[in-house]
Each structure stands twice: as C-alpha cells, then as structure tokens.
Design a protein. Structure first.
Length: 300
C-alpha cells in the first residue's frame, strides 16, 4: 500500500467517478482503475461498489477511507514542515437543512482555515439526501434536527448507516415572519393566529414523508401553503406574501438582515438540532474546525 494509492482512492471517493477522478489526477482512467484494484486486492475487500449508477464506497470502504484521509493529512503536514512542499488543496463538504447558522459557520471556517487553494462544498439539501451524503462520505458532516415525531424514523436510518447524531442545541419552535407582519408585535403566537397566512415549507423531493420534513407539525393541514426549494426564495415569500415558516428561532441578521424576525410559537414541542457523522471515523482537521465554528455561530 502506497501513499499515492491512498490519494487516488480519496479522489475517487470525492468525485464518485473513476473518470472524473482520473481527469483531476491527470492520469488515464485504466491506470487509476488498476491502482484502485491493486489496493483492494492488497486489502482483501472491495473499497468501492460498482453499479450502473456509478461508483460508491462500500461499508468497509467508508471505514477505510476515514483512516486513509488521516494518513494523507499527516503525510502532507510532514511534507509541508520538512520539505517546504506546497500544501495540497483542502477538501471538505457539509450537507445541511436550511439553517443560516450553518452558513455562518462555513464562512468562519473559510476565513480562518482557507489556504490559497481549497475545494469546499456546502449543500443545503433535503433531509434524506443529507443522511445519504454522509453515509456515502460525499459529505463528512450533516446537519438536521430530531424531535419526538421524527426521532424513531431518523434514528433507525442513522443506525443502519452506522452514523451518529451529536446534539448542538435544543430550541423552542419559532415562526419566521416579516417584521411588517401584524403578528410581529406579539411576544408569542398560536397556531390559530397563523391560519390565514401562507405556510411556507421546504420540498423533500422523492422522500416527501412527514418524517423528513424540515418543519415540525408537518402533519397539520393548512388553508394556504407554498412548497419551495431554497432558503432565499422562502425568505422573499415571507416578506412579499406575509407568509411564515416554522423553525428554530436561530436567525442571522448578518446574512438575512432585519426584515425577518423569529417569534416563539405556542406549542409543546422541542427541536433538537445536531450534526451527524460516521461512528468509526475521526473528523478531519476541517471537520473538527467546522464543528467548533458551528458551536460558536449558535452561541452568537
């Protein structure tokens, strides 16, 4: 097993494609395929699973890749310290539900740890895809919430995928509304008071189960509802249509301005927001730094 083979395997995992990885590594596809096959033969298990849909990490490959990333990171530190080598571009990916604090933390990560070269990914996406991204190591970290309603379903998926959930904070549900909404002057709002306002919620695609909804009380019926795909559209509709959505109450004035405000919602629910990762894999340097940035962003 060589350091070069590990770097090849990491690139294939990052790209999810032998062809794309070969282009990035400036080698031929057959050469890369042979190098990966030699590594798998030596390890005596399949690191990758091949199918008509492409290539993905096997269950054993996920654990192997965690160790491989650590080895390569340590080797690059040695090269940088003693050989004055140019640091390799940094790679890090996080998948998250639509939370402003996750973006704030990402900004802090880049500002503090971004070198001259990096390739980072922030995916605001659907709940099921967050779990799949972390399961396949497309993303190192995922951010989502649990509550009494969705906990059993989500936890079962996490257990099957050998993922762990670590709580960041617990929050009382709030509604996000325009600062010009008539309800903005209230200290707390009730479900009944919201009935005549458009309810905005995020589309969950093919897995549009109530258990994957980003908003609590997902089984509740609404006279007016609008499904959206991204946070910017949702916020524009909150302002333009006096709509509302249900979330944590954690909002960033730096990113979103002062036109949208959180108001506590009078329901007996709690939202447990946290991050997920592989149980048997240590966080990378950037992964650990992002968790620290998340903690600080929430505290602010």
């Amino acid at each position: 097993m060589t350091l070069q083979q590990l770097k090849y395997a990491i690139e294939v995992a990052n790209r999810g494609s032998i062809n794309e990885a070969a282009k990035r590594l400036f080698i031929s596809q057959p050469s890369l395929s042979n190098a990966i096959k030699d590594l798998e033969d030596e390890m005596q298990f399949a690191i990758f699973e091949r199918s008509n849909k492409g290539i993905s990490l096997s269950k054993e490959g996920v654990e192997f890749m965690g160790y491989a990333r650590q080895v390569v990171e340590q080797a690059e530190l040695l090269e940088s310290r003693y050989l004055n080598a140019k640091p390799s571009p940094q790679h890090f990916s996080v998948s998250t539900q639509h939370y402003a604090f996750a973006v704030n933390a990402f900004v802090s990560l880049v500002q503090e740890h971004g070198h001259e070269e990096y390739e980072l990914t922030l995916r605001e996406t659907k709940t099921y895809e967050i779990i799949e991204d972390v399961k396949s190591m497309r993303s190192e970290i995922g951010i989502l919430y649990l509550n009494e309603f969705n906990g059993k379903v989500i936890n079962k998926l996490l257990k099957t995928a050998n993922l762990q959930f670590v709580s960041l904070f617990r929050a009382q549900p709030h509604v996000f509304i325009s600062s010009k909404n008539p309800l903005a002057v209230q200290e707390i709002v009730t479900i009944d008071q919201l009935q005549n306002y458009p309810y905005l919620f995020f589309d969950q695609g093919d897995y549009n189960s109530f258990h994957f909804s980003e908003e609590i009380l997902s089984t509740m019926s609404h006279k007016k509802s609008i499904r959206v795909n991204d946070r910017a559209t949702l916020f524009n509709l909150l302002i333009g249509l006096n709509g509302y959505t249900i979330s944590t109450g954690v909002l960033s004035a730096d990113l979103n301005g002062n036109e949208i405000i959180p108001v506590p919602l009078d329901v007996g629910e709690t939202i447990n927001v946290g991050w997920i990762s592989h149980k048997n894999t240590s966080l990378s340097k950037l992964g650990a730094a992002y968790i620290e940035a998340l903690t600080q962003a929430v505290a602010r």
